[in-house]
Write a protein that binds this ligand. Structure first.
Ligand code: CMP
Length: 139
């Protein structure tokens, strides 16, 4: 049985663009239950910690700077097969190659400003959910 949770961040540009509500609506219409939610601004060192697995890649510095440059919304999403189904809903990392109708196609600007993050495995979903939320903040 696949894990039931995934972790998403709505990225700063998507909030700045006024698309937070549109994105949350898409997520709920696709059958995900939002079991934790918060808006916050990551400090640079927190963005670096979150994206630690990408340390050393050429996009790491601009990505972590961008992600700490404005508020994000983090959420735990619950559904059977959450990680895989959410990755289908958001589409490819590069919005220009994402399928029509996906969140990144609709609201992403480029590979870095791609509207949302989604966990890439059940193990990372648990690690990322713990990064943002205590047990008291989950419903
Ligand atoms: P995200 O799902 O947040 O996880 C890692 C992020 O790194 C990814 O979305 C992209 O925003 C970013 N990323 C991955 N590959 C590249 C790349 N080749 N160039 C720029 N950014 C990238």
């Amino acid at each position: 049985m696949k894990g039931r949770i995934t972790l998403t961040m709505i990225k700063p540009h998507a909030i700045e663009d006024g698309n937070l509500g549109n994105i949350l609506a898409k997520i709920q219409m696709a059958g995900f239950k939002i079991s934790a939610l918060k808006m916050l601004r990551l400090r640079l060192n927190q963005a670096q910690e979150f994206y630690k697995i990408h340390e050393g890649r050429d996009f790491y510095k601009p990505l972590t700077e961008f992600m700490s440059n404005g508020p994000i919304v983090a959420a735990i999403l619950e559904k059977d097969n959450a990680v895989e189904d959410f990755r289908k809903l958001i589409g490819a990392t590069d919005p220009s190659t994402a399928q029509e109708g996906t969140i990144r196609k609709l609201f992403g600007l480029n590979t870095r400003e791609n509207a949302v993050h989604g966990s890439d495995s059940d193990e990372n979903a648990r690690i990322e959910a713990d990064f943002f939320f205590s047990l008291l903040e989950r419903y």
